[in-house]
Design a protein around this ligand. Structure first.
Ligand code: SF4
Ligand code: SF4
Length: 421
């Protein structure tokens, strides 16, 4: 029975992910991802972390629900709950339920310590879509207690009871003493049927140090374990430079495409740039989204915030679909020279990017996914771009030069940011 429920939920999630992707192709103005913090307190104290304290009280649930509603009014596609440790919040399920009721994808980042079968069942019932758990080492040490030794039982419970998608993030760099642990953790995640990702750990100031030779070799081994075309190959391009200490040349749209809402209800560009713009979410408008998305950020070249990298990847796909797809394929072939894109990707490439009748396919997809342009909500953003939303920008540019509306079997993994909790 659980297998059937899982299958139904996976199909439903895929449909909503496809819709999220199509919306991002359709409109450059709504937030794709927002992080909300219902509690700053954490039950652990990882040495590298700058996102927790030991004393804060939970934000009242009525206030959190108002924030979720406001994000939904702004057109946010994915709402990720993190902290601190969000499982410490007594009304977490109500927030997840509201996110789903408002049509967004609900994701959770947790250190996993509080997961037990009954808690996992409650997350199922609330409608959680994604859960990310990050494991730093095999044995607890003075840097981190997020260890496979402690968390393996939690992973087994997740494999048995979770009806949502689970992603296990292992980390390299910084204070991690034994880089080989990352490969063991990733292998264990895959053995249990989860997706695995690898993050590069920043220090408490938010910067990362280039990886040494051993760490780079392990990192490349993890990439070869097999990754979806639309998530890792491109995301990896950011990391590849960072692990060598090289800058990335890209445009960060944080504050527009990505929002970080702190426990006080203020909008920040991201967890590493708190204080800017620092406007109350309740007062955040379409103009704020557009202004912040357009601002050039000095911190971009060495930015480690993977969620914002991924939203940039979506925008690159909207603006230059063929070139971006080619770069993704090249990135995948750097990992595996024999890689051939799945037949579905080839078919969608032809339908939406190459065919003479691509306009037909595009409008059919818009109808199928119920993507109708709507008027700007008061104080909110237009749900989807239309010519009238920005008369100074031609429609071809808003929708991609070739009018792309494209999705593959694995949409970009824009659920949980690869934070370290
Ligand atoms: S470049 Fe990175 S660190 Fe700077 S605002 Fe954007 S997401 Fe934050
Ligand atoms: S990394 Fe996560 S688990 Fe560790 S202290 Fe920070 S919020 Fe807590």
């Amino acid at each position: 029975m659980r297998k059937i429920r899982r299958l139904i939920r996976t199909i439903n999630r895929r449909y909503r992910e496809t819709r999220m992707f199509a919306r991002a192709m359709h409109s450059p103005w709504h937030p794709v991802v927002a992080h909300i913090i219902p509690i700053r307190r954490c039950n652990l104290a990882c040495a590298y972390c700058n996102e927790f304290d030991g004393v804060s009280k939970p934000v009242p649930v009525a206030e959190m629900l108002r924030r979720v509603d406001k994000l939904a009014d702004l057109g946010t596609s994915i709402i990720t709950i993190s902290g601190g440790e969000p499982l410490l919040h007594p009304d977490l399920d109500a927030m997840i339920r509201r996110i789903r009721e408002r049509g967004a994808i609900a994701t959770l980042i947790t250190n996993g310590y509080l997961l037990v079968p009954s808690r996992i069942e409650r997350l199922n019932r609330a409608g959680l879509d994604y859960l990310q758990i990050s494991i730093d080492n095999l044995e607890p040490d003075e840097v981190s207690y997020k260890s496979l030794k402690v968390l393996d039982q939690k992973l087994r419970w997740l494999a048995e009871f979770a009806e949502f998608s689970v992603s296990v993030n292992s980390v390299l760099g910084g204070a991690i003493r034994c880089p080989e642990d990352a490969a063991v953790i990733a292998a264990r995640a895959r053995e249990l049927g989860f997706t695995s990702t690898v993050g590069i750990l920043h220090d408490h100031t938010g910067r990362i140090q280039p990886l040494d030779e051993t760490q780079q070799r392990i990192y490349e081994g993890l990439l070869r374990m097999g990754t979806p075309l639309f998530s890792f190959a491109q995301y990896d391009r950011f990391q590849k430079n960072l692990i060598r200490g090289l800058p990335n040349d890209w445009h960060c749209r944080a504050g527009g495409r990505y929002l970080y809402i702190c426990e006080d209800g203020l909008v920040h560009r991201c967890s590493q740039q708190r204080g800017t713009p620092g406007i109350a979410l309740a007062d955040y408008t379409a103009d704020d989204l557009r202004r912040e998305a357009g601002v050039r950020k000095e911190c971009a070249p060495f930015c480690t915030v993977s969620c914002v990298h991924q939203t940039a990847m979506l925008d690159a796909f909207r603006e230059r679909p063929r070139e971006t797809l080619q770069r993704m394929l090249d990135g995948r072939r750097e990992i595996d020279p024999l890689f051939e894109p799945p037949a579905l990707v080839k078919a969608l490439d032809w339908m939406f990017l190459r065919s003479r009748t691509r306009r037909f396919f595009e409008s059919a997809a818009v109808r199928l996914l119920r993507l109708k342009p709507s008027k700007p909500a008061a104080g909110g953003a237009p749900e989807f771009a239309s010519r009238s939303a920005r008369p100074d920008i031609p429609l071809e540019r808003l929708c991609g030069r070739d009018g792309a509306a494209f999705d593959g079997p694995a949409t970009p993994q824009l659920g949980p940011e690869r934070r370290t909790s």
